[in-house]
Ligand binder design. Structure first.
Ligand code: ADP
Length: 610
């Protein structure tokens, strides 16, 4: 067993090691490949960013800001300071004084109208118009006020107040109370235009725009949601720009301390780098990292390389030029290692299963051989015992006859016993010789038509005397009308004698044995019934095996070889029949030999069977 198990374990161990090594190798290879692709990607990214540095108006650039005295000046910073001409500012201040301080709305209105007519540039006109509309609204001249707001809606977006909020946004907000469908259309067009052009408006302008969105395209929820998302994206971007402005000092320190040109910032990530110099200071470019990574990885072999979320543990570092930036390189879809592994595993499992099966079969054979060897040795001791008992009896009675002067009756009894014991010896030897012929395949049967009733009677008669001596009552009921069939009469008689001998041996205290010959359909049934110890159900299929004896205190005391039923079974099968056992422990057993009867009218031929 060990001789099988150890090599099997060895093979399985080797196989597992091979698989583990393969896995490690594949992982290392995948890691190398990822690093290689990350470095290819880095080169592509550098090229692209250098290109962007030369063309700061590229769409990938989210913001450009100027670095002035280590401060980041955002695009909208200070943009709306000089919106009004001095004349317009003066007119506006005067009118506002009339409106707020003196409460003379009519006078404020006429001043604003005059200034409006005189206004030369768009900024002046729009500011004056907004104030005029406000005054008209206060005077409850709604219709006129609304007309002014409508005109204002068309004002260019870069005309804004000092907070950078376009005046058109105010107009849109104030149209709220009675927007006609053409108002809604105009507001929608305004928002669409702002989102498409993405003018560099300050955060406050975007917040204002968000309050206007619900007034646009109100009937179309999906369109509204898209607009809202667009505005929210812009808000996120300007807030990001504000954060960048706050972080500017540390960025500047990094630029100064390292030779890296680009740094990752925020989430979603921006790549922030130094662009060309301007008179106000160097230009700082904020590039949408996702957009450039997509573009850079598009030109590379293999799947797309993407930015890893900041703080993620997975992903490859992008190298010295991009400190703090990680990218995710997809695993190559090479399925060969997995296939190979499945193949190895299948091989291993097969080896293990085959070896275990072999070991099981071997173990079973060895156990069977051992059982057989034990049965054989039991057989030898049983046979010796069986030979010895009649021989001792024969010798004892013969010596007694020699030495004493017994009377005629005693002599006859002694001689009967000697004859009986010799017959028992003969039967035993017959059985052993038959078994040996069966084992060697030499047992031959000569069949010729014979009367089954005659055979049954002869068998019962042969044992009649010894049985009577032991107090057995044997009844024979043979159907004489059964047709003669082709059998080996001697062999069949031997089979019945074996069954009878067993009935006697295993009768316990019971003393009745019934022998019957009857027809059952197209079979002749010879049954031997005893009222003895019976056979447990589990043992019933095994009692026909050679040398098999039911273990138990009773059987152990009965001499036997375990061959009797083996021979019965062989003889009956050679005649085309079968032996059936019906038994219950403590109640007795019935053994039936069932032989096929020839179909009516068919001649019975004599033949030799083996
Ligand atoms: P043995 O020489 O042991 O009788 P057999 O082949 O004739 O060998 O029988 C095998 C076993 O079957 C016996 O050892 C016995 O245990 C059981 N057996 C056979 N016939 C009977 C029976 N009529 N009643 C109970 N047990 C029986």
């Amino acid at each position: 067993m060990l001789a099988i198990a150890l090599p099997c374990l060895g093979v399985v161990g080797l196989g597992v090691r091979l698989i583990v090594e393969q896995d490690e190798l594949a992982q290392k290879r995948a890691g190398d490949e990822r690093r290689l692709r990350a470095s290819d990607f880095e080169h592509a990214l550098v090229t692209r960013l250098e290109d962007i540095r030369r063309h700061p108006d590229s769409p990938a650039v989210m913001f450009t800001a100027v670095l002035s005295d280590d401060r980041l000046v955002l695009p909208w910073d200070g943009l709306y300071q000089q919106l009004l001409t001095p004349a317009a500012r003066q007119a506006l201040t005067a009118a506002e004084r009339e409106e707020f301080a003196a409460g003379r709305l009519e006078s404020a209105q006429s001043q604003l109208r005059t200034a409006l007519e005189a206004a030369q540039i768009g900024g002046d006109a729009a500011s004056l118009r907004l104030a005029l509309a406000r005054v008209l609204a206060k005077q409850s001249r709604r219709a006129e006020a609304i007309d002014q707001y409508r005109t204002l809606l068309d004002t260019a977006v870069d005309i804004a107040d000092e907070n950078g909020i376009p005046l058109a946004f105010y107009a849109a907000e104030r149209l709220e109370e009675a927007p006609t469908s053409s108002d809604v259309e105009a507001i929608t067009a305004l928002i669409d235009q702002v989102l498409a052009k993405r003018p560099r408006l300050p955060p406050a302008a975007w917040y204002e725009l968000r309050t206007i969105v619900p007034r646009a395209a109100a009937a179309n929820a999906a369109r509204l949601a898209a607009m809202k998302a667009g505005v929210d994206r812009q808000i996120a971007d300007v807030e990001h720009a504000l954060a960048l402005q706050r972080d500017a000092p540390s960025l500047v320190a990094q630029w100064k301390s390292s030779n890296s040109l680009w740094f990752g910032h925020g989430e979603p990530p921006w790549l922030v780098g130094l662009g060309p110099n301007t008179p106000a200071g160097p230009l700082v470019l904020a590039v949408d990292a996702r957009a450039v990574t997509d573009a850079a990885s598009a030109g590379l072999a293999g799947g797309p390389v993407t930015m890893a979320p900041s703080g993620s543990v997975d992903g490859e570092w992008l190298g010295d030029r991009f400190p703090g930036l990680k990218v995710t390189v997809p695993e190559s879809s090479d399925s060969a290692p997995t296939l190979q592994r499945a193949f190895y595993l299948a091989g291993l499992v097969t080896v293990a299963v085959i070896t275990l099966l072999g070991a099981y079969l071997l173990l079973r054979d060895v156990r069977r051989d051992m059982q057989l060897a034990e049965l054989r040795s039991q057989f030898v001791s049983s046979v010796s015992h069986e030979l010895k008992t009649p021989l001792t009896a024969i010798r004892l009675f013969a010596e007694t006859l020699q030495s004493t002067r017994a009377d005629a009756r005693m002599r006859a009894d002694y001689l009967d016993t000697i004859v009986n014991e010799s017959e028992r010896l003969t039967r035993l030897l017959d059985n052993i010789l038959d078994f040996s012929r069966i084992e060697q395949g030499r047992k031959a049967y000569r069949t010729e038509p014979a009367s089954l009733a005659a055979i049954v009677n002869a068998a019962a008669r042969g044992l009649g005397y010894p049985l009577e001596q032991q107090g057995f009552l044997i009844t024979v009921d043979a159907d004489e009308t059964l047709p003669p069939i082709a059998v080996d009469a001697d062999a069949l008689q031997q089979a019945i004698v074996n069954l009878l001998t067993n009935a006697v041996k295993y009768s316990g205290r019971a003393r009745t044995i019934d022998v019957r010959l009857a027809r059952d359909g197209d079979e002749a049934v010879i049954s031997v019934r005893d009222a003895g110890i019976g056979i447990a159900r589990a043992d019933q299929p095994r009692i026909f095996e050679r040398f098999y004896r039911v273990a138990g205190p009773y059987t152990d005391r009965i001499p036997g070889t375990g061959l009797g039923l083996t021979i019965v079974d062989h003889i009956v099968h050679a005649h085309g029949g079968r032996v059936v056992v019906d038994s219950e422990p403590g109640r007795g057993s019935t053994f039936s030999i069932r032989l096929p009867l020839p179909a009516a009218g068919r001649p019975i031929a004599a033949e030799a069977v083996s």
